[in-house]
Design a protein. Structure first.
Ligand code: SAM
Length: 264
């Protein structure tokens, strides 16, 4: 099985274990933080949008709460059933069990979002190409990616660990996550007093999550077969190679990239 197919299978299993989007994890408050500084939640009202890699429908439901007119939700894994089950307003959503490169060339979408997905796709260029065709002229593509800059120490720890953890069965990995949870709680407490690595993310995002969602986030770092951490240049190039213009990039909480581009 290819890394691409294995990653999709890993997510299918992950989202059947962690299937809800409760609390801050699924909130419009977090969506606003993800879109900052390029878009306000209010700008989505009345728009035709798509999300590539919808998982359990967390971002799709945020788009519905932002009053999008219609949402195309793309999810290729076995999480598809969870996605369809979780929708707040199913009549406003078209769910497609396909990979991002198969997004139909609608040509009339106002926005396409891909939040935490392209860094799990070994060759994302065909996805970016499909998004370009699906947007209307002037339509915008907003992507959120793991960043390399700001994660140097974290990557030194997580990369060797992932060699093992991405091969572990669910119950063993969930047990390991339970063990790692408590030192992380202590780390967050220390972040309040010390300028430690990932402090911005820990205090602005991670600390606001429920204990269950914190465990999911740790699991999500250790489970998928393929995960790439993008440099600023690589993140910008992803969209510029796909013919997007007016590309802007933001180093979100100092550890990840929010990138936006416009179809001319
Ligand atoms: C980290 S999850 C993000 C889910 C959702 N966007 C969110 O933020 O809650 C990544 C998702 O991308 C999906 N995915 C992986 N490869 C994909 C591909 N080639 N095309 C579309 N989605 C893909 C996975 O199945 C998984 O559900």
């Amino acid at each position: 099985m290819s890394r691409h197919d294995k990653t999709i299978k890993d997510f299918g299993e992950q989202w059947r274990q962690y299937s809800d989007n409760e609390g801050y994890y699924g909130s419009v408050e977090l969506f606003s933080d993800i879109l900052f500084p390029f878009l306000a939640v209010e700008e989505i009202k009345g728009c035709r949008v798509a999300e590539i890699g919808s998982g359990t429908g967390r971002i799709v439901n945020m788009l519905l709460q932002a009053d999008a007119e219609h949402v195309i939700a793309i999810e290729p894994s076995e999480a598809f059933e969870v996605l369809c089950h979780n929708l707040l307003e199913p009549e406003k959503v078209t769910c497609l069990k396909i990979t991002g490169d198969q997004l139909p060339a609608y040509g009339n979408l106002d926005y396409v979002f891909s939040i935490g997905v392209l860094h799990h796709i070994p060759n994302p260029a065909p996805v970016v190409e499909a998004v370009f065709k699906a947007l209307r002229p002037g339509g915008r593509f907003l992507v959120w990616l793991y960043g390399k800059e700001g994660n140097v120490l974290y990557l030194a720890l997580i990369r060797p660990l992932r060699v093992l953890t991405k091969r572990l069965p669910h119950l063993v990995l969930a047990f390991l996550v339970d063990i790692m949870y408590w030192p992380l709680v202590l780390y967050i407490k220390c972040c309040h007093r010390l300028p430690l690595p990932l402090r911005g993310y820990m205090l602005s995002v991670f600390e606001k999550m429920s204990p269950e969602k914190r465990r999911l986030i740790i699991y999500d770092q250790l489970n998928p077969s393929y995960a790439k951490y993008y440099t600023r240049l690589e993140a910008e190039k992803l969209l510029s190679d796909g013919k997007f213009e007016n590309i802007q990039i933001h180093h979100r909480h100092g550890y990840s990239w929010t990138v936006i581009g416009t179809k001319p």
